[in-house]
Design a protein around this ligand. Structure first.
Ligand SMILES: [Zn+2]
Ligand SMILES: [Zn+2]
Length: 421
């Protein structure tokens, strides 16, 4: 062996020029490989693969009532990553499984290997999900982005409409509902438009609900709710706890929580319960009013930041969200609304706790891998092709028979809808 190295060094000395050239080529090659790996991890991995539905694809929906939904209900769960695959979530499993309801076959498409956009921050991802483009295009990248949308800053919605804005361009007389526990989505990510009703859930709503609760009617009217980005305007709203299938559940939950813990600390889980109840109240009371209903649940992300990824509190938060999904399912089942609804569950990113540091924002698999689930009569049962967060906007639009905005980078993944191959 020694002679081998000696020979090599002797040869290198004898051919200095050649040795330097080889070293430079090797260095350049390593640099190129490292650069390609980085580009793949941070950029190419976010390039969507899928369809841009053609006019004839859309006509199959628009011209055939049996392929149309009365509503799309989107359950946005902040910071849950792929965690629905890691614990027992019976209601998620029930909602997102293939079944036949009242003679209608419902398909379910679920992946836990969806891809969040980089950086894995809430605003960057929700903005990409709603507006169909990567962060460098919508312009919310790194600099206090969450705060900026909470404060009411918007992207260029003319150029990059959200799927809600795009829907209203084609259906100008329809209405949309959005209820959020994290106000950032309503205040900055979704367009301000009189046809989009927005509610943010605050602890004051819970106080008013419990104070005004009537055990006879189980209905509380005149809850004054802050509804727009100025956080000043109020609207008088009604919360119903008499919905068939889930009667009294909200009051039992909230009153027990308050008795045990008061309002002091973890009110976010109660606010999520209010968010879900508002969606159920509004859509079950007026089944033909809102074509799209979006909710943003925030307790899982909150538990991740406060207690850490996969800790008992994080796991419990996912279980509580699963319970809320069960309420939505049970209320819709009792109202006979399962078969004409498309259910979507999406999330912005996961979480991680390296060295006790509780956060997200980086490019690790725990933060990047995300759950994406669909259930509805045009959904193809199984695991879809590659899903990236920019795909939410084209997916919702396609399901409603709406043309994708030309500027969107997202696509409709392969193997997700029966009519799209
Ligand atoms: Zn988030
Ligand atoms: Zn977060």
């Amino acid at each position: 062996m020694q002679t081998f190295f000696k020979k090599m060094f002797d040869s290198m000395k004898a051919h200095k020029g050649r040795t330097i050239a080889i070293a430079i080529i090797a260095f350049v090659l390593v640099c190129v490989i490292v650069a390609l790996c980085c580009l793949n991890a941070f950029l190419f991995n976010r390039f969507p693969k899928g369809y841009v539905p053609s006019d004839s694809d859309l006509a199959l929906i628009r011209d055939n009532p049996e392929n149309q939904y009365k509503r799309v209900v989107i359950i946005g769960v902040d910071g849950v990553g792929d965690f629905f695959s890691k614990i027992y979530t019976p209601n998620f499993d029930k909602m997102f499984s293939a079944k036949t309801v009242n003679g209608v076959d419902i398909g379910a498409s679920v992946t836990y290997r969806g891809v969040a956009v980089y950086p894995t921050i809430s605003c960057e991802n929700w903005m990409s999900m709603f507006h169909g483009v990567r962060p460098v295009y919508h312009g919310f990248l790194f600099r206090d982005t969450n705060q900026r949308v909470e404060d009411g800053e918007h992207t260029n919605e003319e150029k990059y409409p959200s799927f809600m804005g795009q829907y209203l361009r084609e259906n100008p007389s329809d209405e949309i509902l959005s209820v959020c526990t994290w106000r950032g989505v309503n205040n900055g990510i979704i367009e301000n438009d009189s046809r989009i009703t927005k509610y943010n859930s605050y602890v004051e709503d819970i106080v008013q609900f419990l104070d005004g609760y009537d055990e006879g009617t189980r209905v509380v009217s005149n809850i004054m709710t802050r509804v727009d980005e100025t956080e000043v305007a109020s609207a008088s709203t009604t919360i119903r706890d008499d919905i068939p299938g889930i009667e009294g559940q909200l009051y039992d939950y909230l009153s027990t929580q308050v008795k045990m813990y008061g309002y002091a600390d973890e009110t976010i889980e109660m606010r999520d319960a209010m968010t879900m109840q508002r969606i159920i109240t509004e859509t079950v009371s007026n089944p033909n009013k809102y074509r799209i209903a979006y909710m943003h649940l925030d307790q899982v992300d909150h538990a991740g930041h406060t207690f850490g990824y996969a800790k008992p509190a994080y796991t419990n938060a996912v279980s509580r969200v699963d319970t809320l999904i069960g309420r939505l399912y049970d209320a819709y089942e009792a109202a006979g609304m399962l078969e004409d609804t498309l259910f979507v569950l999406c999330t912005d990113h996961g979480h991680r706790t390296p060295g006790g540091h509780k956060n997200h924002g980086k490019n690790t698999s725990l933060e990047v891998n995300i759950t994406f689930a669909l259930a509805g009569k045009t959904v193809k049962t199984g695991t879809p092709g590659k899903y990236v967060n920019t795909d939410l906007a084209p997916i919702v639009s396609y399901a409603l028979g709406v043309k994708a905005a030309k500027t969107w980078q997202g696509r409709v993944p392969h193997n997700m809808f029966t009519l799209l191959g």
